[in-house]
Ligand binder design. Structure first.
Ligand SMILES: NC(=O)c1ccc[n+]([C@@H]2O[C@H](COP(=O)([O-])OP(=O)(O)OC[C@H]3O[C@@H](n4cnc5c(N)ncnc54)[C@H](OP(=O)(O)O)[C@@H]3O)[C@@H](O)[C@H]2O)c1
Length: 297
């Protein structure tokens, strides 16, 4: 692959990520020459929407036609699909798994090809949402080749993204992403579920909570940590926390362990913010551990 020139691209796996990246890169001026999907209908549909793109009938055909092939298949299928292809030193292969290194493509590298990983730090719930969310997203890049690194960095810039190079464990990076995204969804599931006890549906609860979530995210952007923490822990309102514990214990005891653990984790943030002192922090810890007197009427 020549440094500085856009490589022709291929996609093996046209699920949400493969389709969204192929469409976005095509729109950014890259030529997607070939796509392959196990379920051919999806690959055919993608190819019909892109200029100069063939939907081919094997993964090998993509690698043969494209200078750089994205292996955008499910995580567990990346190594076996890569191993099934004959590669040469004119090829580059890139996966998008956030928790795995380029070791996954060891057999590709052994055949002389350049290998890389380019992980969009974004939640791809649907192709439409992904296309909207890609600009501004960070992309973790890991590669065996400096030429491929610069190719992938150019690609991320063309998508409006921000390339990242990580030191240390990529698994830790992925765990951080899962906490921030997937477990936020899980928290909203728990929070909105409580609205069925308030005479409204979970969907209505979610709709009412979303502006609060947006406001909180905007606060995080504007004032960062620890200043974005508000609420009873930040204020040291022990009585309010006791009322939460008592009511959740009655109505939704299954949520109590998560509530208590997150509240415990919020205490050092409030201390760091400087809005509670260590005596209040102690009281909060004891309340959450169940070591303090009950709720005052
Ligand atoms: N979704 C996200 O939010 C997100 C974010 C960042 C990175 N990623 C990464 O992007 C990659 C693709 O994920 P995705 O969300 O696009 O998944 P997806 O929508 O579920 O699509 C999975 C794709 O893999 C193909 N596939 C699965 N098993 C296969 C096999 N044994 N042989 C050949 N093809 C196979 C599927 O083909 P069929 O249609 O024929 O089943 C489909 O094209 C993964 O590495 C994932 O970690 C995902």
């Amino acid at each position: 692959m020549n440094q500085g020139r856009q490589p022709t691209l291929g996609f093996i796996g046209t699920g949400v990520v493969g389709t969204a990246l192929a469409e976005a890169l095509s729109q950014a001026g890259y030529t997607v020459v070939a796509v392959f999907n196990r379920n051919h209908a999806l690959g055919d549909a993608l190819a019909s929407r892109l200029p100069n793109t063939q939907s081919v009938d094997s993964a090998q055909a993509v690698a043969d036609l494209a200078e750089l092939t994205f292996l955008t298949v499910s995580d567990d299928a990346i190594a076996s699909v890569a191993d099934s292809i004959r590669w040469t030193d004119t090829h580059s292969a890139v996966h998008c798994n956030g928790a795995a290194s380029i070791e996954l493509l060891r057999s590709v590298q052994d055949q002389g090809a350049a290998v890389g990983a380019m992980h969009p730090l974004q939640s791809f719930a649907s192709v439409e949402q992904a296309r909207k969310n890609i600009p501004g997203s960070a992309f973790a890049i890991d590669t065996s080749s400096e030429v491929l690194r610069s190719t992938l960095e150019n690609m991320v810039h063309a998508l409006g993204g921000v390339p990242l190079t990580l030191q240390g464990s990529k698994v830790l990076y992925h765990a951080s992403a899962v906490i921030a995204s997937n477990y936020l969804v899980t928290l909203l599931h728990l929070a909105s579920g409580l609205w069925s006890h308030l005479g409204l549906s979970q969907a209505e609860g979610l709709k009412a909570l979303l502006p609060l979530v947006r406001g909180t995210v905007e606060n995080l952007e504007a004032v960062g940590l620890p200043n974005a923490l508000t609420g009873p822990i930040a204020r040291g309102d022990v009585g309010t926390i006791k009322r939460h514990l008592a009511t959740l214990g009655d109505v939704a005891p299954e949520i109590l362990p998560v509530y208590k653990e997150l509240a415990q984790q919020a205490i050092p943030i409030a201390l760091h913010k400087g809005t509670i002192d260590s005596a209040t922090a102690d009281q909060l810890h004891k309340t959450l551990d169940g070591q303090s007197a009950g709720v005052q009427p």
